[in-house]
Design a protein around this ligand. Structure first.
Ligand code: FES
Ligand code: FES
Length: 240
């Protein structure tokens, strides 16, 4: 049932973390379906909406579709070449993305797709806040160039949050105060999902070892095994 407090603005801190914080971590945004290319509809998680943004490198204007940018070029910069786009498979959808060659995957997710869940904290592979899954394996999106990811299956916190199956994991993190400021939480939960996928019913030691690379400046570490164990119980033994 829908929580009325979310409509009235009376949202507790816990609810904010449970609903708003994770939604913000998930970076739910809207988008033109025209940018989805060649994807089976059922492969796209129902509630993941992505806004693919295209930016004119000449005057900085932003467009919601490649066609709109093409029209802009024809009218305003007819002598210039329109920027290329590349396909990236994100949360099951093949998206045509305008990527700068020097962009990391984290930058492409944030700037071209509006997916703000994978966060830059250290920007040098040391903290795990930018963790995504690539072909099912955790990867630090601040250390990979986006252009290296063509043809790879990229899964972000937004995609995980859109799967009903994983709702108990989000609930458990909220129930156990597994997040404080929440900045590291998307990376922690992506890793938690990976740990459950990998072990089914992980031990505390496996959880701690696998998540050792995810830094939390708020010190929520002790909460993570509690949350993950609860999620596994609710999910009936994890994914295996
Ligand atoms: S921001 Fe990528 S590892 Fe810290
Ligand atoms: S909850 Fe604040 S950095 Fe982890």
């Amino acid at each position: 049932m829908k929580d009325k407090r979310l409509d009235t603005g009376q949202v507790s801190r816990r609810d904010f973390l449970k609903y708003g914080g994770l939604a913000a971590a998930g970076g739910a945004v809207t988008l033109g379906a025209g940018t989805l290319v060649g994807c089976a509809e059922e492969a796209v998680a129902a509630s993941v909406e992505v806004e693919t943004l295209y930016t004119c490198p000449i005057d900085g204007k932003r467009f919601a579709s490649y066609d709109a940018m093409r029209e802009h070029f024809e009218q305003n910069h007819p002598q210039d070449a329109i920027p290329e786009v590349m396909p990236l498979t994100v949360n099951g959808a093949v998206l045509q993305v305008q990527v700068e060659p020097q962009w990391t995957l984290q930058e492409a997710l944030q700037h071209a797709l509006g997916l703000t869940g994978a966060k830059t904290m250290c920007d040098r592979g040391g903290c795990g806040s930018c963790t995504v899954l690539i072909d099912g394996v955790p990867a630090l999106s601040c250390t990979m160039l986006a252009i290296e990811c063509e043809g790879r299956a990229i899964e972000t916190i937004e995609g995980i949050a859109a799967e009903e199956k994983w709702q108990p994991l989000f609930d458990a993190f909220a129930n156990h105060d597994g997040m404080q400021c929440g900045y590291c939480s998307p990376g922690q939960i992506v890793m938690a999902k990976y740990v459950i996928d990998k072990y089914g019913s992980p031990t505390d030691e496996q959880i701690v070892n696998e998540m050792a690379g995810n830094i939390c400046r708020c010190g929520t570490y002790q909460r993570h095994p509690l949350a993950i164990q609860e999620a596994v119980r609710v999910m009936g033994g994890g994914s295996q």
